[in-house]
Design a protein around this ligand. Structure first.
Ligand SMILES: [Zn+2]
Length: 419
């Protein structure tokens, strides 16, 4: 057989909630009603279909063709076509997963177990699937960018955000996971093999690129980091107009490490005084930047008195190096103050990175896998006893999700056929 070059087709699959399987099979017999149902559902979401370039989408949708998913017991899947641009959309009913024979119930349980912290292997054993099938499922979710899915939920692109990298390991290599988060949602979860400014710039640029495609006038006002040099350099390159602040909590936690060869109570007392200093500076609104400069000088003097010249000098140099970043936090009331939520997100992701051997599969796509995990992080609701019980991160941040079912939301929102 001649080996014809395969055309890479655009993924124009859309998942439609038909409520129950009986409705779907009933509608299969009535083409007009089927198309109307699909259109009504898309309208209810407020989404638009991804037509070909130059098509306004004003044309009609007609039934184009159908095929049988034999492995799913012969479910009929219909394709719809735009009469203007001839783009073809594959309509997947809610009970079928794209390119996968796994039943949604199985996928749902396995993903929830994964999100909850179980290893791929254990999830796979519990749900009677192979670890690789689960790994591929997560990678498939990660085909859509985080920004695309979050803006589909009505969340505005973040004007202020947190940026930080998780340092991790992949077999013997050190790897880094550059992350952008805002409140309870992750906007970027990248993957680099180096901790250089160039590598981080490349990763954060993916977020910037996706954001500018959504909104050409997108502009960042403020970014909070932990003050890591490569992070600062990369963000300054990409977002020259943004205020770059350093996490205050991180500063408080770093201080004890600057104080050597002193008794523990003295170190604790100094940390507590430093905490009070930053806390008070935050409370005073107008004069706080000026006041902070003075207080930091006094604090360094105080360290010299209590812990000796060497420690005093070390703290003074550290303050000198970092204070611009603390000022930046205090000068704009809208700036995030601590990166605690991002640390929490990293810890949640880290548990999966360590445990999942599938992650280290040579043919695996780490970036897609990480994005898939991030979608779960944003869309799986918090447990019953959590502060935001029953809500997912997207909802906590004021976004809306298509249905009450998180897994269906995941299916719909990561569909390739929506614009
Ligand atoms: Zn069209």
């Amino acid at each position: 057989m001649p080996n014809t070059t395969r055309q890479t087709r655009e993924n124009r699959t859309i998942t439609i909630d038909f409520q129950n399987e009986a409705t779907y099979f009933q509608l299969l017999g009535d083409g007009k009603a089927f198309v109307e149902f699909v259109i009504a559902f898309i309208l209810s979401l407020g989404f638009q279909l991804k037509h070909k370039a130059m098509c306004s989408g004003g044309g009609c949708l007609t039934r184009h063709s159908h095929y049988l998913r034999v492995r799913l017991g012969g479910v009929t899947i219909w394709r719809l076509q735009c009469t203007t641009c001839h783009a073809v959309f594959t309509v997947l009913p809610h009970f079928v997963l794209r390119s996968r024979q796994m039943r949604p119930e199985v996928a749902r349980d396995a993903l929830l177990a994964t999100h909850g912290g179980l290893s791929l292997e254990l999830c796979a054993v519990l749900c009677h699937i192979s670890p690789m099938a689960l790994y591929r499922l997560i990678c498939a979710l990660g085909q859509q960018s985080l920004g695309t899915v979050l803006t589909r939920c009505g969340l505005p692109l973040p004007v202020y955000f947190l940026a930080d990298e998780k340092h991790s390991r992949c077999l013997t290599n050190k790897v880094y996971v550059p992350t952008i988060g805002c409140g309870r949602v992750l906007w970027h979860l990248g993957y680099t093999m180096e901790a250089s400014a160039a590598a981080f710039t490349q990763s954060y640029q993916e977020f910037q690129h996706a954001a500018l495609q959504q909104e050409p006038t997108y502009c960042v006002r403020g970014i909070l980091t932990d003050g890591f040099d490569s992070t600062i350099k990369s963000l300054r390159t990409l977002f020259p107009g943004a205020r770059l602040g350093y996490c205050l909590r991180h500063a408080i936690n770093k201080l004890p490490g600057k104080l050597t060869a002193i008794a523990s109570p003295v170190r604790k007392a100094l940390r507590s005084q430093f905490h009070t200093l930053l806390y008070r500076a935050r409370q005073r609104k107008s004069l706080r930047v000026f006041a902070l400069g003075q207080r930091l000088r006094h604090f360094a003097d105080h360290v010299t008195q209590k812990a000796g010249v060497a420690n005093g000098e070390r703290v003074r140099r550290w303050v000198q190096e970092k204070k611009a970043g603390w000022y930046a936090v205090l000068a704009d009331p809208q700036m995030p103050v601590t990166s605690t939520v991002l640390d929490q997100a990293h810890n949640a992701i880290e548990r999966k990175l360590c445990m999942m051997k599938g992650f280290h599969h040579p043919k695996g796509s780490q970036p897609a896998f990480l994005r898939g995990l991030a979608h779960l992080y944003n869309l799986v609701p918090y447990q019953r006893r959590a502060q935001h019980a029953g809500q997912c991160g997207v909802e906590v941040e004021g976004g809306t999700v298509p249905t009450h079912d998180w897994f269906l939301n995941l299916q719909i929102l990561t569909s390739g056929g929506f614009r």
